[in-house]
Structures are given as structure tokens and as C-alpha cells.
Design a protein. Structure first.
Length: 389
């Protein structure tokens, strides 16, 4: 069905080529895949980036884990969500992607270790594991009215070489937040089998309705946990590169991994001083941006739910939060044919399910960030085309 793709390869080659051609035409596109909040009419406070010009940034302050005052600011931001984090256990990185790379270096032996990643998920994991020589093994999320982690899927993916299990909560693109029983299943296996839990929470500030329980409080106390976050989502600043790792678990394990992680971080020293100095104010002053993004995604999610409710042939799969939503559409045509028709004939960009490794046809993924009127117009046209087919 997907003749334009190499078997086992998630890259939507024909779609990517068609999208590149469409953008080269310079005719307007209605992009329902955007992930950049700075380009969708979200208002940012005047002077938000002024702290980056702090003259103190002219002084080089090489600290492997980052400046103490910045790490304390990250700990305070966790406290905002009623999560207790010790600033001494916070490690600053240039991005969440770099945080993954550091953890793969810490936990895995190139060519010999496995990391478990969820599917569906963002295809970035394919590249990050490959770049660090880690063997990626996927465990399937299953859908039964909501997405969940199946213990049998975990066990099928697990090997004696598994050193880390990745959980994204809420997941991109499914929007699913890990539940109490799932957190215990995953963390219990990690604790008993000598693996670590990497908990990616970059979208945790964006629940569709009510905030979910803090996953780390639900995990096995014997589990080594690395929590990931960053300015990209927390303050809606993807161009300001700062991420972090918060380490939790048994004290002896934490001491050991921090010693080894310090050596890795000291080797790279990748986080710039200006962004570290600016981070405390960015985290504090960026609250209005976070609120505006949350309002936007909730408004668009409500619009999407309303529009889909009038179309019997399309289902909006339940999500808990994040910036994306999943539509299940009839498999009367392939996802690739559908997204290409929307692009070529309607000038609307959506993601096909195979981009995120959905197991079969037919799914369409839309971003919840676009300007609300444009979002409603684009979704209405997507539903019209699907229903007509």
C-alpha cells in the first residue's frame, strides 16, 4: 500500500516531496501540522527575551550540570506543579534531544544495549537511538477508549539487553497520559530488571481538561527515573535552547549516575551562559504564554470534538493533553493518498498516521496550535473530503 516508502521506514517520502513542492509554489498553505507556537498568533509579553542580554553572560561559567541558580529555578517550576525536585539532582542540557543523547551514553553500550520506545510516537526516537548506537525496540500502545500501555507488549519488547524504557506523558501524538497502573507496571519492570525509566514530560503543562496525577509519585520507589522537560514547551520558546533532566530514585543509584553524568556533561558543556542566566525570568515571565497556549489547544480541541461529532465516519480518539489530536478515518483509501489529496487539491497539510508508526490505516493527526478560525476551516474541509470518500 505504501509503495513510496521503504519497508520498515517511517519517513513519508512521497508526502515530504509533495510538501516541499507545495511550499516552493509560495501559494498559501493551511498548515494543520505546525508545532511552533511563535508562528500562530500567540501573544508573547513585550521584553520577554530581554534577560538574554544580561551583561553577566559575557563571563564564561563552566558548570557541568549548569548554574546553580538556574537549576533552582527549574526546581521551583516543578514545585509550581506540586512536584518536589531537588535542585542538586537537576541537570541542564541544550535541548530534550541532547538529554536523551546524554542518557543513552550513560545507560547504554553502543551496539549492545536496547532502549524501549512507545509506538505510536514521534519519529525522533528512531534517529536519536541510531545516532548513539542504541538498538531501538518498540512497545505498542493499545487503544480501548483511551491509549494504554499493555504489559504484554512491554514483555514482548524487553530483552536481557534492555537498559532503558521511555515513556512520553502526554504522548506525542496520541495525547495519552500514563495512568497509575501503567506507571507501576513500567517502573516495576525497570526496578527489577536493572533498567531506568526515562519519563518525557515536555507537554505536561497542557491538559485538555483536568491535570493528571504526577507520574513520578506513582512509580516504584526502587526505580531509577529521569524526568525530561524544557523551555521549548513549558514557555513556548522552541528557539531558546534549554532542556533539563531531573534525577530520582534510590539514593545510592542517584549518587552513582550523577557522578557519571557529570563527566558526560563536563565533556560537552553545551548549555550557553546567557540562556542559563535568562531561564529563571523566562520561567516566571513566560506564564502568560503558557496560559495562552493552553487556552488555544483547549479551544481547538473543543472545536475538533464538535465538528467530528457531526461526521459518523470519523472518530476523534481520546487524548489527555498535548498539542496534537488523532482522527481515525475510514480505510477507503490509504493515508498517503488522503494527505496528498488534501495537500494538492485543498492546500491543507495534515500528518498521516504512518509518520508516527500507527500500525495500520487509517489515521490523520492534526496540531491544536493553529489560529482558531483557520483551524476550524481546515478541519471542516478535512472532514468533508473524508466523508465524501
Amino acid at each position: 500500500m505504501y509503495s513510496s516508502r521503504v519497508p520498515g521506514d517511517r519517513r513519508p517520502n512521497a508526502f515530504a516531496r509533495a510538501l516541499a513542492r507545495a511550499r516552493a509554489d509560495r501559494a498559501p498553505l493551511l498548515d494543520l501540522t505546525t508545532s511552533n507556537p511563535t508562528q500562530v498568533g500567540i501573544r508573547y509579553p513585550a521584553g520577554l527575551l530581554e534577560p538574554l542580554a544580561d551583561p553577566a553572560g559575557l563571563v564564561h561559567r563552566p558548570e557541568p550540570f549548569g548554574l546553580r541558580e538556574t537549576r533552582e529555578a527549574v526546581a521551583r517550576d516543578y514545585a509550581r506543579r506540586r512536584v518536589t525536585v531537588d535542585a542538586a539532582r537537576v541537570v541542564l542540557t541544550a535541548s530534550t534531544s541532547e538529554a536523551y543523547s546524554f542518557l543513552f551514553k550513560l545507560l547504554c553500550d553502543p551496539g549492545q544495549s536496547d532502549a524501549l520506545t512507545p509506538a505510536p510516537s514521534y519519529p525522533l526516537f528512531d534517529h536519536l537511538t541510531r545516532l548513539d548506537g542504541v538498538r531501538q525496540r518498540t512497545y505498542r500502545l493499545t487503544y480501548h477508549g483511551h491509549w494504554c500501555t499493555d504489559p504484554a507488549e512491554l514483555d514482548d519488547a524487553w530483552t536481557s539487553a534492555t537498559r532503558a524504557a521511555l515513556v512520553v506523558s502526554p504522548n506525542n501524538p496520541t495525547g495519552s497520559a500514563i495512568r497509575e497502573d501503567e506507571a507501576r507496571e513500567v517502573s516495576g519492570r525497570c526496578a527489577s530488571r536493572g533498567a531506568a525509566l526515562i519519563l518525557d514530560e515536555v507537554f505536561c503543562d497542557y491538559p485538555f481538561e483536568h491535570p493528571w496525577p504526577n507520574p513520578a509519585t506513582l512509580t516504584d520507589p526502587a526505580c531509577l527515573v529521569f524526568r525530561l522537560g524544557g523551555l521549548s514547551k513549558t514557555v513556548g520558546l522552541p528557539q531558546i535552547k534549554l532542556g533539563w533532566i531531573a534525577v530520582d530514585g534510590p539514593a545510592a543509584l542517584v549518587r552513582d549516575v550523577l557522578e557519571r553524568l557529570e563527566w558526560i556533561c563536563d565533556t560537552y558543556l553545551s548549555v550557553s551562559t546567557p540562556v542559563q542566566l535568562a531561564a529563571p525570568r523566562l520561567l516566571a515571565d513566560g506564564a502568560p504564554v503558557r496560559s495562552a497556549i493552553l487556552e488555544r489547544i483547549r479551544l481547538n480541541y473543543a472545536t475538533l470534538r464538535r465538528l467530528v461529532s457531526d461526521v459518523d465516519s470519523v472518530d476523534l480518539l481520546h487524548g489527555d493533553g498535548g498539542w496534537s489530536a488523532v482522527l481515525r478515518v475510514p480505510a477507503t483509501t490509504s493515508e498517503e493518498q488522503l494527505v496528498l489529496a488534501l495537500l494538492d487539491e485543498d492546500r491543507i497539510v495534515v500528518h498521516p498516521g504512518f509518520f508516527f508508526d500507527f500500525p495500520h490505516d487509517a489515521f490523520v493527526i492534526v496540531s491544536l496550535l493553529p489560529e482558531p478560525r483557520e483551524f476550524a476551516r481546515g478541519v471542516a474541509r478535512v472532514l468533508e473530503r473524508v466523508d465524501a470518500a
